[in-house]
Design a binder for this molecule. Structure first.
Ligand code: NAI
Ligand code: MG
Length: 355
C-alpha cells in the first residue's frame, strides 16, 4: 500500500474551486486502487490570511510543510495584497526552501481544436519544458539606489551558479535520455554575454556525458518564433527561470490556454516535498462564480501521480481529459462550454470510475 500525504494550499480566488476538483479525482483513484491512499491536510494560507493575520503563512509554515510528501497548491494573489508580497512570501518561499529547482511544464495538445495554430495536431505539439526554478533572473538579487532622485538606478541581477546551472541541465539530459527524445536548450548568449554564454558552455560540457542525446540550441527570440511556426522541433526543452516563465505561457496559449496548463515544482532528490499547481493565477475576474476550468489543476494532480511512480494513473487521467475535450459544450466557458467547475469535475470523476 502506497500512502501519499498531501499538504493542500487552496489559496486565493479560484484556487479553492479548482483544487477541490483535483482532490475529487485523486479520491476517485483511491477508491479504485486498493494499493494507493492519499491523505489531505489543508492550510488556509494566502492573501485572505494575510489581510487577517498580516502574514501569508505561519512562521513555522515551512517546517510543517516539510513533513508532507507533496504540496498541492491552487493559486495565490488577490487585489489588496501587492503581488510581490504574495509571490515572495508564499510561493517563492516554498520553492526556495524546498529546493524545488526543477519546474516541469508539459506543452501537449490534447485536442486539435484547442490550438490557434493552423494545421497543427497533437503529434506536432507535444513537448516538455524544463525550467530552472531556483535562481537565474529570479534570484532576487539587486539594488535600488537614489530612490525617487533624478539619478535613480535599479539593478536586477541574474544569478547563475555552476551548481544551479549544471543540475538543471543534467536533469534535462537525463529526461531526454530516459524518454529517448531530443533536447533543446534555449538561451540568449549573443546579448547576455556572461550568464547565457556560461549557460551555453555548461550545456555543451554536460552534453559530452550524453553523446546519445541529440541536442539543439536556440536563442530565445528565435525559439519563440519556432514555438509558433514549428512546434514539432521541440521534444524536451531546458531553459532559464525567466525565459521558461514566458515561453511556457506561450506554450499554454498553443494548447488551450491557462485553464489547461499545469506545472510541477520538483525537488529531484526527494529530500523535500515537491509542489504541484496549475500555472494560472487566482483569476479574481471569475472567482466564486463556478466559471474556473479545473482541468489545469487536475493535470497537475496527474503530474503528482507520475512523480510518485503512478505513471499509469497519470496517463489514465490525461486519457480521460482527451475524451472530455471531445465534447466542448460540457466544458467550462473558457473552452467554449456551459458547464460549471464542479460539473466538469463530477463528470471527470464519473468517467474515471467507469474506466
Ligand atoms: P490569472 O491566471 O489569474 O488570470 C488571467 C486570465 O485567465 C483571466 O482572465 C482569468 O479569468 C483566466 N483564467 C485563469 N485561470 C483560469 C481557469 N482555470 N479557468 C478559466 N479562466 C482562467 O492571471 P492574472 O490575472 O495576471 O493574476 C491574478 C492574480 O493571480 C494576481 O494576484 C497574480 O499575482 C496571481 N498569480 C498567481 C500565480 C500562482 O499562484 N502561481 C500565477 C499567476 C498569477
Ligand atoms: Mg508565469
Amino acid at each position: 500500500m502506497k500512502e501519499i500525504n498531501i499538504a493542500v494550499i487552496p489559496g486565493d480566488g479560484i484556487g479553492p474551486e479548482v483544487i477541490g476538483e483535483g482532490i475529487k479525482i485523486l479520491k476517485a483513484i483511491e477508491e479504485k486502487d486498493p494499493e494507493i491512499s492519499f491523505s489531505f491536510t489543508e492550510f488556509p494560507w494566502g492573501c485572505e490570511y494575510y489581510l487577517q493575520q498580516g502574514k501569508m503563512m505561519d512562521a513555522d509554515g515551512i517546517d510543517r510543510l516539510a513533513k508532507f510528501d507533496a504540496i498541492y497548491l491552487g493559486a495565490v494573489g488577490y487585489p489588496g495584497v501587492p503581488d510581490h508580497i504574495s509571490l515572495w512570501d508564499l510561493l517563492l518561499k516554498i520553492r526556495k526552501s524546498f529546493d524545488q529547482y526543477v519546474n516541469l511544464r508539459p506543452i501537449t495538445l490534447l485536442h486539435p481544436e484547442l490550438t490557434p495554430l493552423k494545421g497543427k495536431s497533437g503529434s506536432d505539439i507535444d513537448f516538455l519544458v524544463i525550467r530552472e526554478n531556483s535562481e537565474g533572473e529570479y534570484a532576487g538579487a539587486g539594488d535600488w539606489l537614489y530612490k525617487g532622485k533624478p539619478e535613480e538606478v535599479v539593478l536586477q541581477t541574474g544569478v547563475f551558479s555552476r551548481k544551479g546551472t549544471e543540475r538543471i541541465i543534467r536533469y534535462a539530459y537525463e529526461e531526454a535520455r530516459k524518454s529517448n527524445r531530443t533536447l533543446t536548450s534555449i538561451s540568449k548568449g549573443n546579448a547576455l554575454q556572461y550568464s547565457m554564454v556560461f549557460w551555453d558552455e555548461v550545456f555543451e560540457e554536460v552534453g559530452r556525458e550524453y553523446p546519445d542525446v541529440e541536442t539543439y540550441s536556440y536563442l530565445v527570440d528565435a525559439a519563440s518564433l519556432y514555438f509558433v511556426t514549428d512546434p514539432e522541433r521541440f521534444e524536451v526543452v531546458v531553459t532559464s527561470n525567466l525565459f521558461g516563465d514566458i515561453l511556457t505561457d506561450l506554450g499554454a496559449a498553443l494548447t488551450g490556454g491557462l485553464g489547461l496548463a499545469a506545472g510541477a515544482n520538483i525537488n529531484p532528490e526527494r529530500k523535500y516535498p515537491s509542489m504541484f499547481e496549475p500555472i494560472h493565477g487566482s483569476a479574481p475576474d471569475i472567482a466564486g462564480k463556478g466559471l474556473a476550468n479545473p482541468l489545469a489543476s487536475i493535470w497537475s494532480a496527474s503530474q503528482m501521480l507520475d512523480f510518485f511512480g503512478e505513471e499509469e494513473w497519470g496517463r489514465t487521467v490525461l486519457d480521460i481529459m482527451r475524451d472530455l475535450l471531445k465534447e466542448p459544450e460540457l466544458l467550462t466557458p473558457d473552452l467554449g462550454g456551459k458547464a460549471t467547475t464542479q460539473e466538469v469535475g463530477d463528470r471527470f470523476a464519473d468517467m474515471l470510475k467507469r474506466k
